[in-house]
Design a protein around this ligand. Structure first.
Ligand code: NDP
Length: 330
C-alpha cells in the first residue's frame, strides 16, 4: 500500500529557527548513519521514516558514507524510499548530506578539496535521485586543505543551486569562527554546525555554543543519547539486539565503562521522578538550551522514535534537577 502521511503530522512537533536564518528545523531530527544500510530490511527502514514524518520530523540527515557498507548505501536506500513514497512530500522535507570522510580510493576521495566536495555531492544527488539537497555539510575540518578553498566550494554549491544552505560539522570553536566569518564575507551564511553533544561529551559548552549563538548559526547535536548509552537499555546487561553488540561500532569503548553505567543508573532515577524515560530526559536536557536547534537521533526501532519525540512534552527542568544532574556528571 502506498504511504499517505498523517494529516495531523504538524500538531505536536516543536520547530525551532535555525540560528538567525529563515529556516525552521524540527527539535527532533532523524539521522541515517546506522540502521539504514544493507543490514536493515527496506521495509523496516520505511516504517521508521514514515513514522518519523507522521510525527512532524521533517529533517532527515545523511552523508556520503552512511549505511553499511559505507559506500553510499544509506543514500541509495533513502533514494528508493523517496521515489516509491515520499517524493510528493519533497517540499515538506529538509534533506541533508555531507562529505569529508574517506569515500573512494585515491587523493580525491576524502578531505575538503573542491574536487572531492563537488564530485561527492554529485554522487549523493544521483544516489538519492534528487536535484538538490537542502543542506550540504563539510563533514569534518581538513587541515590539509586551505579553509578558503573549502568555504568557497560550499558557497559555489549554493550558487549552483545544488544545496539551498550549507553547514559545517565537527568544527571546534576557532575553526568554526573562521569558517562562519569567511562564508559571511562570501554572502552565503553558514546555516548550522553539526556537533557531538550529550551528557557525557560537553566540550561545545566551552565557547563554541557562544560563538554560534553570537554569529546566528544554528546547532544540531548528534549522538544525543551517546549512541543509546543514555537510555535504560544497558543498565543490567548488553542486549543482543543493541548497537553495542554490532561489529565495528564505537559505543562500548566510548560510553559503556563501569563508571558511565553507574552514572546512567543515577540519571535514570531523576528521569523516573520526572516521569520521563532516561532517553527523553537526555534529549530534553540538550534541547533546554537556547543555542540548540535540534537533536539528531538514530533509531533501530520505530518505538524509539516515538519515545524520543515524546521528550518534547517535558523540556523544562527545575534548578534543583539541573543541580543534581551536574553533581552526577561531575
Ligand atoms: P543517538 O545517540 O540517538 O543513538 C541512536 C541509538 O540509540 C539507536 O540506534 C538505538 O540503538 C538507541 N536508541 C535510540 N532511541 C532510543 C530510546 N528511546 N531508548 C533506547 N535506545 C534508543 O544517535 P546516533 O549516534 O545514532 O547519531 C544520530 C545521527 O547523528 C546519525 O544518524 C547521523 O545522522 C548523525 N551523526 C553525525 C556525525 C557527524 O560526524 N556529523 C557522527 C555521528 C552521527 P540500538 O541499535 O542499540 O537500539
Amino acid at each position: 500500500m502506498k504511504y499517505v502521511a498523517d494529516e495531523k503530522r504538524y500538531g505536536d512537533m516543536v520547530y525551532k529557527k535555525c540560528g538567525k536564518s529563515g529556516l525552521y528545523l524540527p527539535a527532533v531530527s532523524l539521522g541515517l548513519w546506522q540502521n539504514f544500510g544493507e543490514e536493515t530490511p527496506l521495509d523496516l527502514q520505511k516504517k521508521k521514516i514514515f513514522k518519523a514524518f507522521d510525527l512532524g520530523i521533517t529533517h532527515f540527515d545523511l552523508a556520503n558514507n552512511y549505511g553499511r557498507p559505507a559506500d553510499g548505501s544509506a543514500e541509495e536506500n533513502f533514494g528508493r524510499i523517496l521515489k516509491s513514497d515520499l517524493m510528493k512530500y519533497r517540499d515538506e522535507m529538509i534533506i541533508s548530506t555531507k562529505a569529508g570522510y574517506d569515500m573512494w580510493a585515491g587523493p580525491y576521495g576524502n578531505g575538503g578539496s573542491r574536487k572531492y566536495l563537488m564530485a561527492s555531492l554529485d554522487q549523493s544527488l544521483k544516489r538519492m535521485g534528487l536535484d538538490y539537497v537542502d543542506i550540504f555539510y563539510h563533514h569534518k575540518p581538513d587541515s590539509d586543505t586551505p579553509l578558503e578553498e573549502t568555504m568557497q566550494t560550499l558557497a559555489d554549491i549554493v550558487r549552483q543551486g545544488k544545496a539551498f544552505y550549507v553547514g559545517i560539522s565537527n568544527y571546534k570553536k576557532e575553526e568554526a569562527e573562521k569558517a562562519v566569518k569567511m562564508l559571511k564575507e562570501m554572502k552565503v551564511p553558514c546555516l548550522i554546525n553539526q556537533i557531538r553533544y550529550n551528557m557525557f561529551e560537553r566540550w561545545c559548552e566551552e565557547g563554541l555554543l557562544d560563538v554560534l549563538d553570537r554569529e546566528g548559526t544554528g546547532c544540531i547535536c548528534y549522538s544525543p543519547l551517546a549512541q543509546g548509552a543514555l537510555s535504560n537499555k544497558y543498565l543490567k546487561e548488553i542486549p543482543k539486539d543493541s548497537r553495542a553488540m554490532r561489529e565495528g561500532t564505537t559505543i562500548a569503548d566510548r560510553y559503556l565503562s563501569e563508571k558511565q553505567i553507574e552514572i546512567v543508573r543515577e540519571l535514570n532515577k531523576i528521569a523516573e521522578e520526572r516521569g520521563q524515560s532516561l532517553a527523553q530526559m537526555a534529549l530534553s536536557w540538550i534541547l533546554r538550551r537556547k543555542e540548540i536547534t535540534s537533536v539528531l537521533i538514530g533509531a533501530s526501532k520505530v518505538e524509539q522514535i516515538v519515545d524520543n519525540v515524546n521528550a518534547l512534552k517535558k523540556l523544562d527542568f527545575t534548578q534543583e534537577e539541573l543541580k543534581r544532574i551536574e553533581e552526577i556528571l561531575k
